[in-house]
Design a protein around this ligand. Structure first.
Ligand SMILES: C[S@@+](CC[C@H](N)C(=O)[O-])C[C@H]1O[C@@H](n2cnc3c(N)ncnc32)[C@H](O)[C@@H]1O
Length: 250
């Protein structure tokens, strides 16, 4: 996947390009990630990228001419048809389904992501150049860098070959419209609590059944909205009923 990111703090992206799954995907060529600093495209000797808002008020606004110059540079390097994304709390909420859609179009589409700062970017730039606006949640962060990293991470882990164990993404929360089951590792006893006996049984069918039951049960407990949106089959309904009677909850 060909990704270009515009940010006045490009060094922040070391957090994903130097560590973990994304670093490995970059090293293996599954993802190429290029960073652009708007300050390099400013026209004054102070590398100014922001100015006071027309109409007054607090904060500064990122200047449209500087942002257009840096964007044109990124677009010139895009290997595929570019899709320009602006990270903003006013955008559409990014979720698992949107990550899937970006991952599916990754071979034919380059992603150009713009991280805002201050009060955001001059609206005329957004209207002219941005294809879609995305939010990572109903809260306001100081900049679009963390949201951009969240999107890159969530999309990259869905790309074929990016995860060491290709099965691990398939078992994650949301993949099948429900949450993941709980996980356990050694030691067998921890602060008086044992690992559920079925996981030590070696009975793979029973283990799989237990995992699906727990996944359905905790989705029912924590995210009933997900269950309401999903059509459960007869076996899943039976497992959920078992979970409810075992936990004594209805
Ligand atoms: C302080 S915020 C500006 C918020 C803007 N004045 C508003 O209220 O909509 C600065 C930048 O952080 C980014 N940002 C902040 N919260 C975000 C969120 N929830 N999702 C995506 N980007 C966000 C955007 O790029 C934004 O331009």
């Amino acid at each position: 996947m060909d990704i270009h990111i515009i940010s006045i703090f490009p060094e922040m992206f070391d957090a994903i390009t130097k560590h973990g799954v994304i670093a490995r995907a970059v090293k293996q060529g599954v993802v190429s990630l290029r960073l652009y600093n708007p300050r390099d495209f400013a026209s004054d000797r102070h590398s100014t990228v922001d100015d006071r808002p027309y109409g007054g008020g607090p904060g500064m606004v990122m200047m449209p001419d500087v942002m257009a110059a840096v964007l044109k540079s990124a677009l010139g390097n895009a290997k595929n048809d570019p899709h320009v994304v602006y990270l903003t709390p006013q955008g559409r909420r990014f979720d698992y389904d949107s990550a899937i859609k970006f991952a599916e179009s990754s071979s034919s589409q380059s992603l150009v992501m713009i991280a805002g700062r201050y009060e955001g970017i001059d609206e005329r730039f957004i209207e002219h150049y941005v294809d879609s606006e995305w939010s990572v949640g109903d809260f306001v962060l100081s900049g679009g860098e963390l949201p951009a990293m969240i999107m890159v991470d969530a999309i990259t882990r869905l790309l074929p070959d990016s995860l060491g164990n290709s099965q691990s993404a398939e078992q994650d929360s949301f993949v099948d419209g429900i949450l993941d089951c709980p996980h356990y590792t050694r030691p067998e006893q921890f602060e008086g609590e044992s690992v559920p006996a079925v996981l030590l049984s070696g009975d793979h069918r029973a283990i799989e059944r237990w995992r699906v039951k727990q996944a359905l049960g905790r989705t029912w407990q924590r995210r009933p909205d997900l269950l309401n949106a999903k059509q459960l089959n007869a076996e899943q309904l039976q497992l959920l009923e078992e979970f409810k009677s075992e936990t004594g909850e209805q």
